[in-house]
Write a protein that binds this ligand. Structure first.
Ligand SMILES: Nc1nc2c(c(=O)[nH]1)N[C@H]1C(S)=C(S)[C@@H](COP(=O)(O)O)O[C@H]1N2
Ligand SMILES: [Mo]
Length: 423
């Protein structure tokens, strides 16, 4: 688009304000000549890009703001760090791999499929080593699941801090995984040697320097855990554990071991670093609570939000957000525009998948008055997402992990949104 045809920001605002005064959502009057309608544009005067130039498509340059971002002060080094999914700028529910948050304890590693090995040992009838090609010969399944780091929203315990939903809630992604049920691999090794499975565990560890080991109760291991090698139809990206990662539906992201290399059947939890000094919840009295695996129901409005101000003025407004629960399906989401005094039921984009992101909408006619926007999720167990006050009453403020409280955005008359707390 050349400079002359580029509408200035001011003209855009005025134009859309006029449109909002009419009753048609989002449509401008066709009475004034719009050069984008009346003139032949550059892109119609030349031929476009040939198919030989994009063997693998990347986002167009105008979408270059839709990227993962870091919070610099959060960790000492990018090797042991986290970046955040731009959930403010995504729609629907599936997270593209290219902008799905990453969390590494010792950096992402490059491993060839040919060098991949997965060992199952411990209390099994015959210890086994699987190659990548071996895994491909087991019956496989496809499921959409969210992966949320237990530290998501962890910087908000003491007060509203980070001014963007990408940073407050972006340690989450949601992909369609293809993999082999862990159950099938354990049965291949034979669980007879383990005896009564009720009090047995598996210890899972990665091939990276951190090894990121975690203990998983046998009941979960035999339920819905997947040994996954595809996400959203393609190979896992290096940063998500190529060639093979563990998918532990509904449970904290730390257990989703990347570059998984070993699964040991044992009669006790291993009590590794990642499940003792880390990923435990420090309570009000200083004691630590462990084994808080499930990610409780949570929701957040992604737009409007601090990174997604309202730019069209008053009139029709689409309020859009995400809800999820590690216990199963999201059954209901309510939205409040007055900081939790009154609530309206949101419309679910589609019936929620189990342990996966659910998109919700509230389509309103905004009168231009400031709003205190909140969303509140409910899951199939009847659990209702708590307020920040309720969560602090139960847990104190010493925690980092498992903050699933209701988030508030203050939206002023100009449409600018800010991270706030209500009391
Ligand atoms: N091998 C290995 N697995 C790992 C980690 C790691 O550092 N190494 N990080 C864990 C943590 S804390 C989280 S939250 C998830 C993040 O998965 P992602 O990087 O695909 O977003 O991976 C988990 N699995
Ligand atoms: Mo994590």
């Amino acid at each position: 688009m050349d400079e002359m045809h580029k509408p200035s920001r001011r003209a855009f605002l005025r134009g859309s304000a006029a449109a909002a005064a009419g009753s048609i959502a989002g449509a401008a009057s066709a009475q004034t000549a719009d050069p984008l309608i009346t003139d032949v544009q550059d892109w119609a005067s030349i031929t476009g890009v040939g198919v030989d130039e994009t063997p693998y498509g990347l986002p167009i340059e105008y979408e270059s703001h839709v990227v993962r971002r870091n919070v610099e002060w959060l960790t000492a080094s990018p090797i042991s760090s986290i970046n955040f999914t731009p959930i403010h700028a995504l729609e629907g529910t599936i997270t593209p791999q290219g902008c799905a948050f990453e969390r590494h304890h010792s950096g992402a590693i490059e491993m060839k499929k040919d060098d991949y090995r997965l060992m199952i040992n411990g209390l099994v009838d015959k210890p086994l080593v699987f190659t990548y090609a071996d895994l491909e010969r087991f019956p496989r399944e496809n499921h959409v699941y969210f992966c949320e780091c237990a530290a998501n929203t962890g910087m908000e315990w003491a007060g509203a801090q980070l001014n963007g939903v990408q940073f407050t809630h972006g340690m989450i992604h949601n992909m369609e995984y293809t993999g082999v049920p862990l159950r099938a691999l354990l049965n291949e090794a034979g669980l007879g040697a383990a005896g009564d499975l009720k009090d047995k565990w598996v210890y899972v560890e990665g091939a990276d320097a951190s090894s990121n080991g975690r203990s998983i109760p046998m009941e979960k291991a035999l339920d819905d855990v997947l040994v996954a090698f595809k996400a959203n139809g393609e190979a896992l990206r290096m940063e998500h554990g190529y060639p093979v990662r563990l998918v532990v539906p509904g449970w904290e992201g730390n257990m989703w071991v990347k570059w998984i290399r070993r699964i040991e059947v044992s009669d006790a939890a291993t009590e590794s670093r990642e499940e003792t000094s880390k990923y435990t919840d420090v309570m009000e009295d200083g004691t630590a609570r462990k084994w808080t695996w499930v990610m409780d129901a949570k929701s957040v409005i992604t737009s409007p939000s601090p990174q997604m101000p309202i730019e069209h003025g008053k009139g029709p407004l689409v309020i859009s957000g995400l809800a999820w629960s590690g216990h199963g399906q999201i059954t209901r989401v309510d939205v409040s525009r007055d900081g939790g005094i009154t609530w309206e039921p949101a419309r679910l984009g589609k019936q929620g998948d189990t342990k996966a992101l659910t998109r919700f909408y509230l389509d309103v006619d905004w009168d231009g008055a400031p709003m205190l926007l909140q969303a509140r999720a409910m899951d199939e167990t009847g659990y209702v997402q708590p307020t920040k006050e309720q969560l602090r009453d139960a847990r104190g403020e010493n925690s980092v992990y498992h903050n699933n409280c209701i988030q508030t955005w203050y939206v002023n008359a100009e449409g600018i949104a800010e991270n706030v707390e209500v009391s």
